[in-house]
Design a protein around this ligand. Structure first.
Ligand SMILES: [Zn+2]
Length: 494
């Protein structure tokens, strides 16, 4: 059964591709020119953010000019749906854009992807191919809970193609290309199992995806945690937020919006940020060993070897600084002299529905462990700058403030009186441990003040205005931002 969502969500956060599809629908089904279709987006309420609009214009122009064989396929408006009855009635269909040859023998689905084209799962491909081969035209039901109105017959389809279309770079990748008989075989191999797993579901696993879930309002697996953002109760559309989002918002609201839309990014990580990721990854792998096992010097990378790899590869000199940071972890490893540790979770994702601020708060501690019935929340930071005396870690790292409030309110369960927040700062020449007691009323009040300072302006913001400056040069989404400071202007001012 399909159940409509009951809480209003902010539209821009639910469907970045919405305006892209609207413009393409006008071009493909109403005969509009690309310019007219893009102009029509100005009539949207609420208005599209200027950065989102820049992205939409880019991808619509690229998509409509990128057809390798224009005229060979015509766009198809109705969905293709297959209805099955086997004691229970269900409907197979795909959201993807639909095209067919003039004689109706070839049907093609195109799945639009942010950034570059990448593969769908075999189960998804199997279901889509099956509906292209055997589906009949279907109009979207007027209500979510109603069935599709099916019309006609599958027609003369002999061949099916599934294509992934990358919107950022115009890339296309054919995921499936076969006859109707091949579709049937592929579906039997991969589709049935996929459908069974979707229908059967499984245990709830709360996460960022809860935001888009139709069952969110009634779901018992989502923790309802009023006040974790320390904001007054308001009646507002639900938003999703992490502490990173709040930090980006404090630097530049436009940047936080364009990141939350998952627009393609350029040069997202500096060498320092890559090294931080590499150090985190190394320690995480050690902490995942069953035990837990305390980290030792032997566990760390050997001298004179660049130990960083893949996405987080950094120059040799940076890698050496990282190796020295890792050695300093040995003395501050939380499992060096542990109490009775009952449970360890490395980089877990926890979500909390702040029913006062109407926000789905996504938290990702570096490490959570339960010691003698109480949770310990640990964050690890890497830096090459010397410590600044007298600076409150709650001001520097707002995720600690969220950790303090969550533990103080016992949102993770357990006994809050024994809980603590630990911060480990690794430098090439040493490490600084900090411990915060969430039951300390002054610390808790400070943590709430920090959260209010970050979350208050974010919750009120509806304009997401850019705050251009020198930081635009490092901003990974500035490419989409018409207000971004021109690098030439920045140099003049330096
Ligand atoms: Zn360790």
């Amino acid at each position: 059964m399909r159940v409509p969502s009951q809480l209003p969500r902010e539209e821009h956060e639910t469907f970045t591709l919405g305006p892209v599809c609207e413009a393409l629908d006008r071009v493909e089904f109403e005969g509009a020119t690309v310019d007219d279709a893009l102009d029509a987006l100005s009539g949207r309420r609420p208005a599209l953010h200027e950065g989102h609009r820049t992205y939409v214009e880019h991808v619509v122009r690229q998509y409509t000019s990128g057809d390798p064989d224009p005229g060979a396929l015509v766009p198809v408006q109705p969905y293709w749906a297959v209805r099955k009855d086997n004691g229970r009635r269900w409907e197979l269909y795909a959201w993807w854009r639909r095209y067919e040859s003039a004689d109706g023998r070839l049907r093609e689905y195109r799945r639009l992807r942010h950034g570059n084209a990448r593969a769908s799962s075999r189960g998804e491909i199997a279901v889509a191919a099956y509906t292209a081969a055997f589906g009949v035209d279907a109009a979207w039901p007027r209500r979510w809970s109603q069935e599709f109105a099916l019309r006609g017959s599958p027609g003369r389809v002999t061949r099916v193609r599934i294509v992934e279309a990358g919107l950022g770079d115009g890339s296309r990748a054919v995921q499936f290309d076969g006859t109707v008989a091949e579709v049937r075989a592929y579906y039997e191999a991969h589709g049935d199992a996929h459908v069974r797993s979707v229908v059967r579901g499984g245990p709830e696993r709360p996460g960022p995806g809860c935001f888009d879930c139709k069952q969110f309002t009634g779901c018992r697996a989502v923790r309802r945690s009023p006040g974790v953002l320390a904001l007054p109760s308001r009646k507002l559309p639900l938003r999703k937020v992490s502490i990173s989002d709040l930090r980006y918002h404090a630097a530049c609201p436009a940047q936080s919006l364009l990141r939350s839309l998952h627009l393609p990014k350029t040069d997202e990580y500096s060498d320092a940020a890559k090294l931080g990721q590499a150090v985190h990854g190394w320690i995480e792998a050690l902490h995942r060993r069953p035990g837990p096992v305390p980290c030792r010097r032997d566990d760390m990378p050997p001298q004179g070897e660049n130990w960083t790899t893949g996405r987080w590869r950094v120059p040799d000199e940076e890698a050496e600084a990282g190796r020295r940071m890792l050695l300093h972890h040995v003395d501050s490893c939380p499992f060096q002299f542990p109490g009775p540790i009952e449970r360890v979770e490395c980089e877990p994702t926890r979500v909390f529905h702040d029913t006062a601020a109407q926000a789905l708060v996504v938290a990702k501690p570096d490490l959570l462990y339960r010691e003698d019935g109480s949770w310990v929340w640990r964050e690890l930071k890497t830096t090459r700058t010397p410590p600044r005396i007298g600076r409150d870690p709650l001001d520097t790292y707002p995720q600690l403030a969220l950790a303090v409030v969550l533990l103080a309110q016992a949102e993770l369960g357990g006994d809050p009186s024994g809980s603590r927040v630990e911060l480990e700062i690794l430098r090439p020449d040493g490490s600084d441990p900090h411990v915060i007691d969430p039951m300390d009323t002054e610390r808790l009040a400070k943590a709430r003040a920090v959260l209010r300072r970050y979350a208050g302006p974010w919750r009120e913001d509806r304009a997401w205005e850019a705050r251009p400056g020198g930081h635009c040069r490092q901003c990974p989404v500035s490419r989409w931002c018409p207000s971004a400071q021109d690098p030439a202007d920045a140099e003049e001012k330096e």
